[in-house]
Design a protein around this ligand. Structure first.
Ligand SMILES: [Zn+2]
Length: 85
């Protein structure tokens, strides 16, 4: 087994890959961490005339977003997607 990075629910997590058959296993601790983070709720707060939501550090870390990064919104009927530009 070699260490690798893979996608879980759209996020990059660490896992292992079998060099012989290519089977991929999530590091269970990583998988649990991603699920916890994605289940967290954030509240929209009012600041001046805007609504503000925070990007919790674990999500920022998983999404590899850092201070100063430029993001843009994609809005659909049910979802708001913050996309890295
Ligand atoms: Zn194998």
């Amino acid at each position: 087994m070699m260490e690798t990075e893979m996608e879980l629910e759209g996020l990059t997590v660490k896992g292992f890959k079998c060099e012989k058959c290519g089977e991929e296993l999530f590091n269970p601790w990583e998988a649990e961490r991603v699920r916890k983070v994605l289940n967290e709720q954030v509240k929209a707060r009012k600041v001046a005339h805007s609504l503000v939501v925070t990007l919790p550090q674990p999500i920022a870390k998983l999404a590899k977003i850092k201070e100063g990064d430029k993001l843009k919104w994609l809005v659909s009927k049910h979802d708001l997607i913050l996309s890295k530009t």
